[in-house]
Design a binder for this molecule. Structure first.
Ligand SMILES: CC(C)(COP(=O)(O)OP(=O)(O)OC[C@H]1O[C@@H](n2cnc3c(N)ncnc32)[C@H](O)[C@@H]1OP(=O)(O)O)[C@@H](O)C(=O)NCCC(=O)NCCS
Length: 252
């Protein structure tokens, strides 16, 4: 029995929980842990991690450094799937007056896979749920993915048009409008009163603040922290957000 066998809980690196086992894919992710060192966690680390960073880990954070032969995603996914073999996923919760088209798929599994030593892909078991607020529409052929941990969330009065993909752990703010074909990568966080026009794509984990409009077919690859209109690939600021659009006084 190894020390890892004592753990019956896993957590995300973005939401550390006492007594849980997680992993830092590389130095960038280890720095996230170093910013929040009060939690008692067990950390799997890859063979090529910066040992200078590791030396700053406090005593309450236990860790194991894997060998060059180990895929860190695979080792962690294997342990996570074993711990949660019998865990039921959290439910899908709907608010009032939602309009979910019969062809929309709410709560299907995400697309997170790890590669096993014999080069098969193993699916990461999702145990999270979905929370949909009041007056939300999800139109035909759109997909809202279940999260691994926590919830994928769509805020009150948000509208998701046809053929959109809402990735796992995404948060969509209140009154945000998502036009046909938009693809939101896993963990994307969209503020309130945003307009994401047709076929936009967000990189996973990107954060977009309130009152942002993204032009057709744009690609958002890093956080947007200032309200405004952004276009292109990568999306760049072109002008201020026009508040009149919120009252329907102007249309695009
Ligand atoms: C984002 C948007 C609202 C900007 O419209 P706008 O304020 O009228 O801006 P403009 O058309 O004056 O364009 C300003 C500049 O950005 C560029 N631009 C506009 N939209 C762009 C886009 N999606 N991608 C790349 N560049 C874009 C223009 O070429 C122009 O560049 P220039 O100044 O070098 O000529 C508009 O491009 C858009 O995407 N509208 C979506 C409308 C829509 O599809 N509605 C139906 C949804 S179901």
């Amino acid at each position: 029995m190894t020390e890892i066998d004592n753990y019956n809980k896993t957590c995300s690196i973005f939401n550390l929980e006492d007594g849980a086992l997680t992993f830092a894919r590389n130095d960038k992710y280890l720095k996230i842990v170093l910013n929040e060192t009060d939690k008692d966690i067990f950390l799997l680390l890859p063979y090529n991690i910066d040992m200078e960073l590791v030396s700053h880990l406090p005593k309450n954070i236990k860790y194991m450094i894997l060998t060059e032969r180990d895929s860190i995603e695979y080792v962690w996914t294997f342990i996570h799937n074993r711990i949660h073999e019998n865990t039921e996923p959290a439910p899908v919760i709907y608010g009032e007056n939602c309009n979910i088209h019969p062809t929309a798929l709410i709560g299907i599994h995400g697309n997170t896979y790890a590669i096993s030593p014999d080069r098969h892909r193993i699916h990461l078991k999702e145990i999270g749920g979905i929370v949909i607020g009041d007056n939300v529409d999800v139109e035909a052929y759109s997909i809202v993915h279940r999260s691994c941990f926590g919830n994928t969330e769509i805020g009150n009065d948000a509208k998701v048009c046809v053929m959109c993909n809402i990735g796992h752990n995404t948060k969509v703010g209140e009154r945000t409008y998502i036009a046909p074909g938009a693809k939101l990568g896993g963990g994307t966080q969209i503020g309130s009163d945003c307009f994401l026009w047709q076929n936009i794509v967000t990189h996973s984990q990107v954060k977009i603040c309130d009152k942002v409009m993204i032009g057709n077919a744009s690609y958002v690859h890093k956080d947007i922290t200032k309200s405004g209109i952004y276009v292109g690939s990568p999306a760049k600021y072109i002008k201020p957000f026009d508040e009149r659009v919120l009252k329907g006084e102007i249309q695009w």
